[in-house]
Structures are given as structure tokens and as C-alpha cells.
Design a protein around this ligand. Structure first.
Ligand SMILES: [Zn+2]
Length: 455
């Protein structure tokens, strides 16, 4: 008899895993400005779940996502599962009065101003906005710039005699003495097993742009004795690279020399295409950076580390050297992750994430895998991997997209960020937390990498 009671006790403890649990909104009283929000969480699949009397479908895994429209003012929600009941309130503030915002106007300077860049990796942009894929290049600390106007928080930067860019005011300091044009004194070419290396000798640092096209172009602006004050060199990718495919490059000043390194084409091993290749695997978030939370309460940082370890194993079995940007539950900076991969001479960079959505969207209507890249050289890698993930895993094709995420703004290696699935979508989430799916995903990604290397 005693034994029987003990078993019953265990059953009721394990049943607790299905207790009603809300992971989003994060608090019982929140303020949200969107037209709608959603409840994400888990509940007992055997009991009816309702929100304000309306039935909420519960996925067999116990997860649910439910969109609620919001009215201005206080919105109260009664969430019931069996005898459990929770109350949430969402305040929606009134919309701000429209029509008062005036966008900043462009002001051209009467006299040119001069500036020095005060930080490394300062983005030189095509438009005066800190947003999107509008980066021309990343400038180094100490580079001198000539400015002819301003708009809002940006200065307009002269690039040769027919082009301009924009730099955020916080990335430069104004200086008294103006820079004249830079002088290019010549260049050297160094041939190594791995790289084509060009060293351009200048008398000072000057703004530049690297353009992934065929041919690959390098432009130096504000250079004396060249048309448009612009020196252009092209590199014939199609002739020099297998299949005309770039496999990573870097260009930056070292002192007053500009060093351009372009990775040479690979000759992959026929039987084991990944043998000997350095591949960086980046488990998103970590430590205090939790990432998103899945319907059943799993943290993105933990789930991604599991995917990353499976991928590490799969790539190693195929002969690759794997560089893990984190091996445990640690918070690594985004630049540090990229720097580590570059210092280990990674040929590819793959970042793993789980997706979420902002208020106003529908987590039931969004599912599947999306892959982000920034530089064009990485798009074929994204395409190959997405093809394998959709066909092998049955994930919905949520598209390859170009986006300015820090970890994919790296030219040294084709770099991508995979949103494996939506952790707030009950069906995607249920798959993503199983070891079987994590293993299959690792295989699909590795197959995609192999196709990229082979083709
Ligand atoms: Zn993430």
C-alpha cells in the first residue's frame, strides 16, 4: 500500500510540468503600445484552456500561442486551465498626437569642415540613418575626413569629387587643420598559399570602399592625381576564383598602408569536402544574454548551445576543424565572437538562433527557417543551407534575407545567421527542443555547407 502511494506521489509531481505557465508577457502587468499582443506559454493538454472565455488550442507538446487585440487603456485577461487561473493586465497608452515631428533638414556648410575618426569600425553610410544595409565601409580611428554639410546626427563626408557618404557625429571629432588629398605611392603584391595580398602605400589613411562585384572593386577616395580624386583597382574574381565565388576577404589600413587580402579558391577533397577546413559555429546569446523564451520555457541560449554542439560533432566527423565561439553558458560580445573566428582563420561563420516576434505579429502564422547574410559572398552559402533545412527537416522556407546583424557584417569569411525556427510558435518550438531534431538539423546544415564548398 505504501508503495502505491509513493507512485501516486511521483505522478502528481511529474504532472506539474503541465501546469499553466505564461512565458510572455514577462510580467502580470505590462504596457504595450501595439494593436495586438500575444500570450505564449504551456498548459495541460488534457484540460480546456481559455483566455477571457475563448478556447485556446494547445499543441500536443503543451505549448500555446494566442493573439489578443488591445484597446487603448486597461486590458484584462483571465487565463483558465482546469482549476488554475491567472490574471494579466496590459495597458495600451493612447497614440501620441500626430503631425508634430519634423525630419531634420540638410544644411550645406559655407566652408568645408575637417574631422578625425575617433573609433575603429566607424560605419561610413550611404544615407544619414543608423539603420539597415546602408554601410559603405568601416573606417578606422585616426582617419581624416572632409565634411561639406550635416543632417540631424550625421555629417556628410566628401568621397572623391562626385560622391559622398555619411558619418554619425559621435564617431568623429572636428579638427582645425584640413586634410589635403592623400597620395598613393605604389603597391606591392604578395602571393601566399591561402591569399592574394595587395599592399597599397599611402601617405595617410583615406576613406575606401570594397565592392563585391565581378570584377571585385577597391576604391580609395580623396586621392591626388586620379580622375574624380578616386583610385580604383579591380580584381577579376571570375578568372581568379573557382566558379567566380568569393570566399572571404579583408581590407584595412595598417599604419598608412592598406592591406587587401582575398582568399584563394579552395580545392576541396573529393571524398571529404570539409576535411581540414576551419568553420566557426556561434551559439547565439549565452550567460546573462538569454535570447528569447520558447513556449515551454526553454531559453534560446541553452537550446542554441545544444544545436551548436550537435553541429560541431557533425562537422568534425566530416573532417572540419570547428571553432566554437562559446562552449558553455557565457556571454561573449558580438565583436569578440567575430574576432575569435578571424584570429583562428575561419573559412565560414555560422551563427545559430531561435526566432521570436514583436507585439502586433502572430506567432501561429509565422514559422520556419530563415537565414540572414549581409555581404553578397555569403548568399550562396545561405541558399545551400536553407535548401537542405527545408527539404530534410520539413521546415517552412521563411526565406534568405539580407540584414545588418553584427555577426554577419564580417567579410573575412562568408558569414550567416540561421534562425532555425520560431521558438514562440508551438509547433516549431516542440521540434526544436528535441535531441533528434537537433541532430537532423546539424546534418542538414553540414550537407548545405558541403554543397557550398563542392559547387
Ligand atoms: Zn537570437
Amino acid at each position: 500500500m505504501k508503495r502505491f502511494i509513493l507512485i501516486l506521489g511521483l505522478l502528481s509531481i511529474s504532472g506539474k510540468a503541465f501546469a499553466l505557465d505564461i512565458v510572455y508577457p514577462s510580467y502580470k502587468a505590462v504596457t504595450i503600445g501595439a494593436a495586438s499582443s500575444f500570450f505564449i506559454g504551456s498548459a495541460d493538454t488534457e484540460k480546456p484552456l481559455t483566455i477571457n472565455g475563448k478556447t485556446v488550442p494547445v499543441h500536443p507538446s503543451g505549448g500555446f500561442a494566442y493573439v489578443v487585440p488591445l484597446n487603448t487603456g486597461k486590458n484584462t485577461f483571465q487565463i483558465k486551465s482546469g482549476t488554475e487561473e491567472l490574471t494579466y493586465t496590459i495597458m495600451k497608452p493612447p497614440a501620441p498626437p500626430a503631425g508634430n515631428y519634423k525630419p531634420p533638414e540638410f544644411k550645406e556648410f559655407d566652408n568645408l569642415k575637417y574631422a578625425a575618426v575617433t573609433t575603429d569600425r566607424a560605419p561610413l553610410r550611404t544615407t544619414p540613418e543608423d539603420f539597415g544595409i546602408n554601410r559603405i565601409s568601416h573606417l578606422q580611428k585616426g582617419m581624416q575626413l572632409v565634411l561639406d554639410g550635416e543632417k540631424g546626427n550625421f555629417y556628410r563626408v566628401i568621397l572623391g569629387s562626385s560622391k559622398s557618404g555619411w558619418i554619425w557625429k559621435g564617431n568623429i571629432k572636428l579638427v582645425e587643420n584640413g586634410a589635403s588629398l592623400a597620395e598613393l605611392k605604389g603597391y606591392d603584391y604578395v602571393d601566399t598559399d591561402e591569399f592574394f595580398i595587395f599592399v597599397f602605400h599611402f601617405d595617410r589613411m583615406t576613406p575606401f570602399e570594397l565592392i563585391e562585384s565581378s570584377p571585385f572593386l577597391i576604391k580609395f577616395y580623396n586621392v591626388k592625381d586620379y580622375p574624380d580624386n578616386t583610385y580604383v583597382m579591380d580584381f577579376p574574381v571570375e578568372k581568379s576564383m573557382r566558379n567566380g565565388k568569393l570566399l572571404g576577404y579583408s581590407g584595412q589600413f595598417s599604419g598608412t598602408d592598406f592591406i587587401l587580402k582575398i582568399r584563394k579558391p579552395l580545392i576541396p577533397d573529393e571524398k571529404q569536402p570539409l576535411r581540414g577546413l576551419n568553420i566557426a559555429v556561434d551559439a547565439g546569446h549565452g550567460g546573462s544574454e538569454l535570447g528569447t523564451t520558447g513556449c515551454l520555457g526553454d531559453r534560446e541560449k541553452d537550446v542554441m548551445l545544444k544545436f551548436a554542439k550537435e553541429l560541431e560533432g557533425e562537422l568534425k566527423r566530416r573532417g572540419a576543424n570547428v571553432i566554437m565561439t562559446r562552449k558553455g553558458d557565457t556571454a561573449e560580445g558580438l565583436n569578440e565572437r567575430v574576432d575569435l573566428a578571424n584570429s583562428e582563420n575561419a573559412l565560414l561563420f555560422i551563427s545559430l538562433h531561435g526566432n521570436a516576434l514583436p507585439d502586433g505579429k502572430d506567432p501561429n502564422a509565422n514559422c520556419g527557417t530563415s537565414i540572414y547574410y549581409y555581404y553578397n559572398q555569403a548568399k550562396p552559402l545561405a541558399d545551400e543551407i536553407l535548401k537542405e533545412m527545408t527539404s530534410q527537416l520539413g521546415m517552412k522556407n521563411d526565406r534568405v534575407r539580407q540584414q545588418s546583424f553584427a555577426v554577419v557584417r564580417n567579410t573575412n569569411a562568408p558569414s550567416i545567421l540561421i534562425e532555425i525556427g520560431y521558438m514562440i510558435n508551438p509547433s516549431d518550438n516542440a521540434k526544436m527542443i528535441t535531441k533528434e531534431f537537433q541532430k537532423q538539423t546539424a546534418k542538414a546544415i553540414a550537407d548545405g555547407v558541403e554543397n557550398f564548398i563542392k559547387n
